[in-house]
Design a protein around this ligand. Structure first.
Ligand SMILES: [Zn+2]
Length: 494
């Protein structure tokens, strides 16, 4: 199966825990009615409502019946979208998506969820922004939201609609509704406004490594601000022929199939005033001179080896973002000398979700089903074994649950082309937060994401929570403890 539905389907299978159930769940999700409402489109409301709509449309098969009730008058230029009526622009860029056929202008007949974006008193779930803060159903000070908060409000709104879809579909996914305020300035669950962004964001010395779904949301958000500088924008890949990238690539439509991801992302930054230099190659293929230019790395590649290599080229700071199969997303900060470096958190050969998620993926089952087998300490069911590649079957047949992870990691080869598991709002959540960190770093703000608290992360099905800002420590044996590397890093940035 291919097309924009494929990767989201894999994500739903992963959280559902029962792959047999996925078709039914998706069919029922697609029958959900969601209405997006704004009486006035000020820039923050327009950014939030537009991003929420794009993320929901890109759910494709699992997208709700989406209704948009907003004024004709626009107030802000949005990346990817033209400047005319918002419904028409959204419908236009999603031409060819099945979800666009269920997209309507005007009020929903009997909405399962009504998202109200502009502070009007209409009934529904209220999505608000104020400077760096945003909220679902919580009052905020009367201050205009900045583009980062507005984009994240759109992500929270789309994630809420995804949860409503799961609930109405009778899904077994574990959900927790987020209600309240969150500040993207200090990651507190309070309406902390933070400073106003007054100057252009200078991206000189930045290297954007990886231009996938996460980075596309970073660029979409950055593209809402005036930009300067000539960042390097690096990705060897193109939007795939099958269109599976399109569930999460906010830089692309079906017209962009085959286009290089770096060029598309650079286009967003260029339209906002920067002079980005796209490089359609892997990081390792850049010249030494270009590698040395990168003072701040903005990394969201899904390849652990590239992350590890990039860290050893010793940029001054790395801002990193990633997602897991189960819906967890995180953004991390690394300066090499203090707390975890990017190598510390990227052990060779495993992915963000850890050995359990990697094992489940190699076996082609959900982590929940693998957990059941491990808890019961029983061998894998025959249907799971039979679905494996012939050479892998005998390696795991009869192996008891308690020994499965070790056996699979040791004996079963990684699949050469393991497809990504993702969902539109899952990629966008860390992408938007990463944009916030780029802005803080460029403008010289000392944000909370630092060596002391170097990771912010949450599950897209549960939302931000009190402990979402934490610390990852160094791993023993990592190169960041080696005096030679440490001296080189210190001299390089003295
Ligand atoms: Zn390290």
């Amino acid at each position: 199966m291919t097309g924009p539905a494929d990767r989201t389907r894999r994500y739903i299978a992963s959280v559902e825990g029962d792959p047999q159930n996925v078709d039914d769940v998706i069919t029922r999700m697609a029958a959900t009615e969601v209405e997006l409402v704004a009486d006035i489109l000020d820039p923050a409301a327009e950014i939030a409502v537009a991003l929420a709509a794009m993320l929901l449309l890109r759910l494709e098969d699992a997208a709700p019946r989406l209704y948009l009730t907003v004024p004709q008058t626009r107030s802000v230029k949005l990346p990817l979208l033209g400047e005319h009526d918002l419904y028409d622009e959204l419908a236009h860029v999603h031409q060819g998506f099945d979800a666009a056929k269920r997209f309507r202008k005007g009020p929903a007949p009997s909405p399962d969820l009504r998202l109200v974006f502009d502070g009007a008193a209409d009934p529904g779930l209220h999505v608000r922004t104020a400077a760096w803060a945003c909220s679902l159903d919580a009052e905020l000070p009367e201050v205009a939201g900045n583009p980062v908060a507005a984009a994240f409000a759109g992500v929270l709104a789309a994630a809420e609609a995804l949860q409503v879809g799961f609930r109405l579909a009778g899904s077994r996914a574990r959900l927790r509704s987020f209600r309240g305020a969150v500040s993207l300035w200090d990651y507190s669950l309070a309406p902390i406004l933070g400073p106003t962004i007054t100057s252009p964001v200078d991206l000189s010395g930045f290297g954007i490594v990886g231009c996938g779904g996460v980075a596309s949301a970073t660029a979409w958000t950055l593209g809402l601000l005036p930009l300067l500088g000539d960042p390097l924008v690096i990705d060897h890949d193109s939007i795939d022929k099958e269109g599976t990238n399109l569930n999460r690539h906010l830089t692309a439509t079906l017209q962009n199939v085959g286009d290089p991801k770096a060029t598309l992302l650079a286009g967003f930054l260029g339209a906002a005033g920067a002079a980005p230099r796209p490089r359609i190659c892997e990081w390792n293929r850049l010249s030494d001179a270009e590698k040395l230019e990168v003072r701040t790395g903005v990394v969201s590649v899904d390849d652990g080896a590239v992350r590890r290599d990039f860290q050893l080229d010793l940029p001054q700071v790395i801002l990193n973002a990633g997602i897991s199969d189960t819906g967890y997303y995180r953004v991390t900060y690394h300066d090499f000398l203090n707390a975890a470096c990017l190598r510390c958190i990227t052990p060779g050969g495993t992915l963000l979700g850890g050995p359990l998620a990697t094992t489940a993926r190699r076996l082609g089952i959900s982590t929940a089903r693998l957990n059941d087998v491990i808890s019961a300490n029983i061998p894998l069911p025959e249907d799971v074994v039979d679905a494996l590649r012939p050479e892998d079957r005998e390696q795991v047949r009869g192996v008891r649950g308690a020994d499965l992870v070790a056996t699979v990691c040791a004996r079963v080869q990684p699949l050469p082309d393991e497809p990504a598991v993702s969902a539109p709002m899952l990629s966008a959540a860390p992408g938007v937060l990463l944009a916030g960190e780029v802005i803080k770093h460029s403008l010289g703000y000392k944000g909370p994401l630092s060596p002391a608290l170097n990771v912010v992360g949450a599950n897209v099905l549960k939302g931000p929570h009190q402990g979402w800002l934490t610390t990852l420590h160094k791993r023993s044996g990592c190169e960041c403890l080696d005096p030679l590397y440490r001296r080189y890093y210190t001299r390089k940035w003295a």
